[in-house]
Write a protein that binds this ligand. Structure first.
Ligand SMILES: [Zn+2]
Length: 89
């Protein structure tokens, strides 16, 4: 029997992004929520770890902005998209 080495993740499940800080804390941003999508990430204030308050790399804001543009483009296409990732098990 062949072990399943990949898992398919539907595009619609990729809305929650977790940023891990060096201190071990995590910041979760749920882009399915309107308030997270409305942030002008390109021009927003820098954001920091909720635990140690260390500022995250400013390039992340640009990355989030592009991520949201990409999501909108894919959603508008109405094409069913999924990602194949390595099975963690
Ligand atoms: Zn931290």
């Amino acid at each position: 029997m062949t072990e399943q080495r990949e898992v398919r993740i539907p595009f619609a499940d990729l809305f929650n992004v977790v940023v891990e800080c060096a201190c071990g804390a995590e910041l979760s941003i749920d882009f399915s929520k309107e308030e997270a999508r409305k942030v002008d990430w390109d021009h927003s204030e820098s954001f920091a770890c909720p635990a140690c308050h260390k500022t995250f790399d400013s390039n992340l804001r640009l990355g989030f902005s592009k991520f949201l543009d990409w999501q909108d483009t894919v959603i508008e296409s109405k094409q069913r998209i999924s990602f194949r990732v390595k099975n963690p098990n």
